[in-house]
Design a protein around this ligand. Structure first.
Ligand SMILES: [Cu+2]
Length: 637
């Protein structure tokens, strides 16, 4: 487990929270509670979990619990053997299953959840995307001390939002072993989304290897899981070493790609070790969602993977996207969408009412690096299959991903962005960074037509940042590597528009830049060239409206997640329409801006949601404080 303690102490001094951290039970309470745990076990349809290997249960036997009902709910976390794709694996199960149960809540009520740690190691649950008191957020060392072996922690918080979310362990690498599940909050007001049946769909990635061994391999053997990948030096290094021109290096990369040997940095961990799961089942396991002709199905997708972005499509059925990260958006019809690690999307599909009795659709979730897929079937009953599409060609990074693109490529990439002034010289568009002046007058920042690009020096962030895009720019209209060339529609961030104007919308008065940095070769990941252990916390002022310009200096897409507060994503339109997100993809060489209403006092995690990147240091502690004076106010320290 990561040790956040030193930083926690500093944050506590800064914020001096009331002594609310002592939630774990004493020994007598524990013994009493263990008794009730045994009773609860005996009520499970799965039976007790200490059976012999010969009767190992398959993964994906997902239950459902209502956490805002009378008496609350109990979750039991334990190491358990489960069949994953027919093969026994040592998982961390929640109530006997991976994923854990679908937890339901109702907006306006209070959630009550007792988490029983039946493992010989500490654990935790973080409620991803949920607004709550920070002591309930479930991040060991930041929100609470964690749940020690054999103990029970009670989560209790008012539910102030609705939509599709998920939950997962925030302890070490436990999430890789199945410690996650979906969370669905029913709205207090009538749901603006019309549908007949809803299905929960949890995407994840599973390895039979010990996750710590996976991390060790990533740190010691570059590109370990990228078997088709030759030694990938930084392209500038290649130019220097070989004397080749940029074009020659690019041509060489194209040639590698044709041989399916491309030097991609698309994914660190691939189908070489991963089994890809929908609701705990591999593609061969083929989970079935039943439906009838004419029905409107609401599919609630949560990507609970540790490292895998999925591209989702249902050949033959257009999808109407109605929610992103639990927030209603103006419905947008599409044929494919990319879901990053930790994002959620709700889509509605309508089964044609002209179908006869035997019909089926494949729900195809292809990994971004095209090394595998998860799959399910929508059909009137189990036993009917539709064709499963083939994997597409592996995508490769482009010059644009390396921040080296030419003007015409940039125009193409941004063609719908809408406010690029082609007559302006590039240097004129280099962003100015007014430093916040806490004593002086508050200057309002623009709420639309933000700068299109930003340039920066190549030696800004030291050895921890070996790759460095020369230019970062808006890529809101770019669907992502490997997408958009198939003749069908693909969702982009520029299409996400909030359904209603959410609270807290106003022009920001402070901003800072946050560089996403990394060294693939050494497997060091961080912000502004520093990993978590070398950093200080970032402080937000309580009540302020803050803008963060994220600049991705790496060649990978990173899903960046802020706990406790929404990030209003600048999607190229005006303030009112910006969608609220808890997790945002920042693509290679992208400049992506979010505005935050810092309305949640306490200390929070802010990190890349790729589990091994987080573990390697792409993480910051955020403290929402009442006075910014006398401490760091951005990430560069
Ligand atoms: Cu990352």
């Amino acid at each position: 487990m990561k040790n956040y303690c030193n930083q926690t102490l500093r944050v506590r001094q800064a914020f001096s929270p009331k002594p609310t951290l002592a939630y774990t039970m004493n020994r007598r309470d524990f013994l009493a509670a263990t008794g009730s745990a045994v009773i609860a076990f005996s009520l499970w349809p799965l039976g007790p979990t200490w059976g012999a290997d010969s009767d190992i249960a398959p993964a994906g036997n997902i239950g459902e619990l209502n956490a805002t009902g009378a008496g609350g709910i109990d979750l039991y976390i334990e190491r358990r053997n489960l069949l994953i794709g027919g093969r026994p694996g040592r998982a961390i199960a929640i109530n006997g299953s991976i994923p854990g149960p679908v937890i339901r809540m109702t907006e306006g009520k209070e959630a009550l959840i007792r988490v029983h740690n039946l493992m010989p190691e500490s654990t935790s649950i973080h409620w991803h995307g949920i607004l709550l008191p920070f002591t309930m957020d479930g991040v060991p060392g930041i929100s609470f001390p964690g749940i020690p072996p054999g103990e029970i922690f009670t989560y209790r918080f008012p539910v102030r939002q609705n939509g599709t979310y998920w939950y997962h362990s925030h302890t070490g690498l436990q999430e890789q072993l199945g410690h996650y599940g979906q969370l669905v909050v029913a709205p207090a007001a009538p749901d603006p989304v019309a549908y007949d049946v809803a299905h929960s769909i949890v995407l994840s990635d599973w390895t039979f290897e010990d996750p710590h061994r996976v991390l060790w391999k990533l740190k010691t053997m570059e590109g370990y899981y990228n078997f088709q990948r030759p030694t990938m030096a930084n392209i500038q290094d290649q130019m220097q070493a070989t004397g080749m021109t940029l074009k020659e290096v690019i041509d060489k990369r194209l040639a590698w790609d044709r041989m399916r040997m491309d030097p991609t940095d698309i994914a660190d961990i691939t189908g070489a070790t991963y089994s890809y799961l929908i609701n705990g089942k591999t593609a061969a396991g083929n989970p079935v969602f039943t439906a009838r002709p004419g029905q409107r199905l609401r599919l609630r997708f949560a990507n609970a993977s540790t490292m895998t972005f999925y591209d989702i499509r249902i050949p033959g059925l257009p999808m109407t996207v109605v929610q992103a990260d639990g927030q209603n958006i103006q419905p947008v019809e599409t044929d494919e969408l990319r879901i990053a690690v930790a994002e959620t999307y709700d889509v509605v599909v309508t089964i044609p009412d002209t179908l006869s009795s035997d019909w089926a659709y494949t729900l195809f979730a292809e990994t971004m690096d095209r090394s595998g897929y998860a799959r399910a079937t929508i059909a009137p009953r189990p036993g009917i299959d539709a064709a499963v599409p083939g994997l597409r060609r592996r995508p490769m990074l482009t010059m644009a991903d390396m921040g080296m693109m030419m003007d015409e490529d940039m125009d193409k990439d941004m063609k719908h962005h809408g406010h690029m002034d082609k007559n302006k010289k590039k240097d004129d568009m280099v962003m100015q960074h007014p430093m916040p002046d806490h004593g002086g007058e508050r200057r309002e920042l623009p709420t639309q037509n933000l700068p299109d690009r930003i340039r920066h020096g190549s030696a800004e962030h030291g050895p921890a940042s070996i790759t460095m895009a020369r230019m970062a720019y808006r890529r809101l209209n770019y669907p992502g590597a490997g997408l958009g060339n198939d003749g069908w529609r693909v969702l982009t961030y520029s299409q996400l528009r909030a359904l209603e104007r959410p609270y807290g919308r106003r022009a920001p008065t402070r901003e800072f830049d946050l560089h996403l940095t990394g060294n693939m070769h050494k497997y060091i990941w961080g912000f502004d060239g520093k990993k978590w252990s070398e950093s200080k916390m970032i402080r937000f002022q309580y009540g302020e409206r803050l803008r963060i310009n994220m600049i991705n200096d790496t060649m990978m897409s990173h899903p960046i997640h802020l706990h406790g507060m929404w990030m209003d994503l600048y999607a190229g339109g005006n303030l009112d329409d910006n969608p609220r997100k808890h997790t945002v993809i920042v693509q290679p060489a992208e400049l992506l801006t979010v505005d935050i209403f810092a309305d949640a006092p306490g200390q929070w995690a802010f990190h890349c949601h790729l589990l091994y990147h987080m573990e390697a240091g792409m993480f910051r502690t955020v403290a929402v404080v009442h006075d910014l004076k006398g401490g760091p106010t951005h990430a560069k320290v």
